[in-house]
Structure formats: C-alpha cells, structure tokens
Design a protein around this ligand. Sequence first.
Ligand SMILES: [Zn+2]
Length: 145
Amino acid sequence: MTKACPSCNQINPPDAAFCLNCSASLAPAPHIGAQPNQQWQQPPVGGPLAGNPAVGGSGAGQKATIALVLAIAALVCCGPFAGIPAAIVGWMELDAIKNGRSPASGKWMAQVGLWGGIASSVIHVVLYMIWVLFSAMASSNQYGY
Ligand SMILES: [Zn+2]
C-alpha cells in the first residue's frame, strides 16, 4: 500500500506523512472521511454530561446552591430548622472547595449559607425569646388585675 501524493502524484512509502517530492501533507488525507463522522456523533453523547455543571449556575457546586437556598429560607420563615442545615451544608461545601472537590465559584454561596444560616438561627431564637418574654409580661399583667 503506497500513497500517491494528491498534489503531484508522487508515489510515497505507506508510512510517509509528507510527500517525498513536494512535501504536501499525506497523513490526514485518508482520515478526513472517517473523523468528521466520529466528531458529529460525540457532541450528543457528551452534551448532557457537559451541560450539567452549567445547571448549578455558572459551574457552582450543588451543595453551595442548597446552602444558599436554606439560608434564605431560614431568614424568611424557618429559622433554625433551615438555618442549622444551611450552616452544615455551607461548612461542608467550604471544606470541599478548600480541598478542590467543588468549584470555587460556589464559595460565596457556601459562605452565605454558613453565616446566613447561623445568623438567621440566632435572630429567630432571639426573636422567639423576646416574644416569649412579652407574652409572659402580657399574661402577668392580665393576672395582675
Ligand atoms: Zn507531492
């Protein structure tokens, strides 16, 4: 099996990469027909896998997003019930980012989850204690009459 040069028809050895006569490239020519088919088939296979990191929001880790959502939930409604998990998930995610197991783009979300979760828990506990205190004062006033 010898290779005929596409430019000058020089007969070259089968393992020649370039034409002996005119130095035209010989190697890619036989593969041009085969490679485009493989390249066309690959994107649909790799597509869903490659698309997953983008779903988490600019490559941020999923846990970082969860920590952020939990921290917001803690602030808005649930207090320690969401704040403590937010702090735990945020802490784990910060640890994972530190060890290179999670993308650093989620760091701020993990930090918001950690400190937001703690702050929300404390705020809700303090508010609850104030509410209990006021309730006690109100009821003691009622009994005072
Ligand atoms: Zn040639």
